[in-house]
Write a protein that binds this ligand. Structure first.
Ligand code: LLP
Length: 427
């Protein structure tokens, strides 16, 4: 989305550094992440929601110690969904009270570590977990702040949403049919729990705010039912993450300010109508913060022309560093960045080096027909769910994450080595 500047040799630059320099110093493939952009997006979210709301960055999109420190410095909170993410957050100094623990199958060990650490909230996802967390908290002499995750019957997809009565998936407790109300009943009775609110997450890569509005409407409806039944006004609601980003020029994402205004309006209006105090709002953006801040830098290897079809351009990574194309049919764009070219465009498919024909990074792209081995390609918008979902398929070494800021680049997650791989192989 940003204007690409080029150096004297025609190589694209990021934060004042040419991609050729980056490739030379850090090797390829590499994820190159713009720290200022990350921080600016954090600020855009907290400014949009203001002091009466909390922004929890969803660590599943991408988490490292440096990211935790940036979040901390920018005043954001953090959503973690495993012991590993919790350990990273605590190790990098995120105050426990600013951490939320998620998951549909948290282990006793994960819950225990979170309660011991003093996390700000645990989001309860099942009847069994309500009891489990209460017991663990009581045994540790704590009263754990919790939210209950409900499913509101909104299925959100990129360009549309469907409001239905039932959802057939593993997360949360359904509003329809009364499971959510029953969960609230049980949680309110347990001494180990302090029920602070209701949580809803409707999906990911969403461009249409109306799905969030229906979710907010239904969650406020539950708060009203809780007040009527128990005489208790829960002080918080969390409306999850899911705001989409632009992967290709056709995508038209909403800004944080738009979603903030829409949510604030509906919550304020409906609470006033129901005679409820307006609860504190929180959201959990992952992709919308980190996704656009990074690109993957690849080196071109084999180029194979299939006459009458297209040209297959192989790069030195693939589905091990970006599984999203193979897994979700996700669309990406790609550009030649090591030089400029005026050669005619050729229909290309950018593929990886893995032993699998589904190993596609960019399904359809036009690249200059004078493309040659050694050229560098950049695939933008790979900050979210690429490094965090990377694998060692074919014993690939997972690429580094290089953070660029003020004309300097530093490794925040180093490239894996064969030693790293062999260290785990103890047979
Ligand atoms: N909160 C909860 C409870 C979530 O489950 C998620 C994502 C988020 C927040 C953050 O959603 P975001 O703002 O990043 O859309 N691997 C998939 C995405 C899975 C999202 C899972 N939950 C992908 O690569 O598209």
């Amino acid at each position: 989305s940003r204007t690409v500047t080029r150096d004297a040799e025609g190589a694209a630059t990021v934060g004042g550094l040419s991609v050729r320099q980056l490739a030379e110093e850090f090797g390829t493939p590499a994820y190159v992440l713009d720290e200022d952009d990350f921080r600016a997006r954090c600020r855009a979210w907290s400014d949009a929601f203001g002091p009466d709301a909390d922004v929890f960055y969803a660590g599943k999109a991408f988490l490292s110690r440096a990211v935790v420190r940036w979040l901390h410095e920018e005043g954001l909170n953090l959503d973690v969904c495993s012991a590993g993410e919790l350990a990273t957050a605590l190790d990098a100094g995120m105050p426990a009270e600013r951490i939320a623990l998620h998951g549909n199958n948290k282990s006793v060990e994960e819950i225990t570590r979170a309660v011991e650490a003093g996390v700000g909230r645990i989001v309860l996802d099942s009847f069994q977990e309500i009891v489990r967390v209460a017991h663990i908290a009581q045994r540790l002499g704590r009263r754990q702040r919790v939210q209950i995750r409900v499913t509101v019957g909104v299925e959100a997809h990129t360009h549309e949403f469907i409001a239905t009565a039932h959802e057939d998936q593993k997360f949360g407790l359904a509003l329809a049919g009364g499971q959510a109300a029953e969960a609230v009943r049980r949680a309110l009775k347990l001494d180990g729990l302090e029920l602070i609110g209701i949580h809803s997450h409707i999906g990911s890569q969403i461009f249409d705010t109306s799905g969030f509005e229906v979710a907010a409407h239904r969650v406020v409806g539950l708060l009203k039912d809780i007040r009527d039944e128990h005489g208790v006004e829960l002080p918080e609601i969390d409306l999850g993450g899911g705001l989409g980003i632009a992967y290709t020029p056709d995508d038209d994402p909403r800004e944080p300010a738009e979603i903030a205004a829409a949510l604030r309006d509906i919550v304020t209006r409906e609470c006033a109508a129901a005679g409820l105090a307006v609860p504190r709002l929180s959201v959990e953006p992952g992709r919308a913060i980190v996704g656009p801040t990074a690109f993957t830098l690849y080196e071109v290897g084999t180029i194979k022309e299939l006459p009458g079809l297209r040209t297959y351009v192989s790069v030195d990574g693939g589905m091990s560093d970006n599984i999203r194309t193979a897994l979700y049919d996700a669309e990406y764009s790609v550009a030649l960045v090591s030089r400029t070219s005026t050669a005619a465009p050729m229909l290309s498919r950018v593929v990886g080096k893995h032993c699998e024909s589904g190993d596609i990074v960019v399904r359809d792209a036009f690249l200059p027909s004078d493309l040659a081995p050694g050229d560098l390609l950049a695939v933008p918008a790979t900050g979210a769910y690429c490094r965090s979902m990377a694998s060692n398929y074919n014993h690939a070494l997972r690429p580094p994450v290089v953070a660029v800021k003020d004309g300097t680049a530093r490794v925040i997650v180093r490239r894996e080595t064969e030693e790293d791989l062999l260290r785990l192989d103890v047979g």
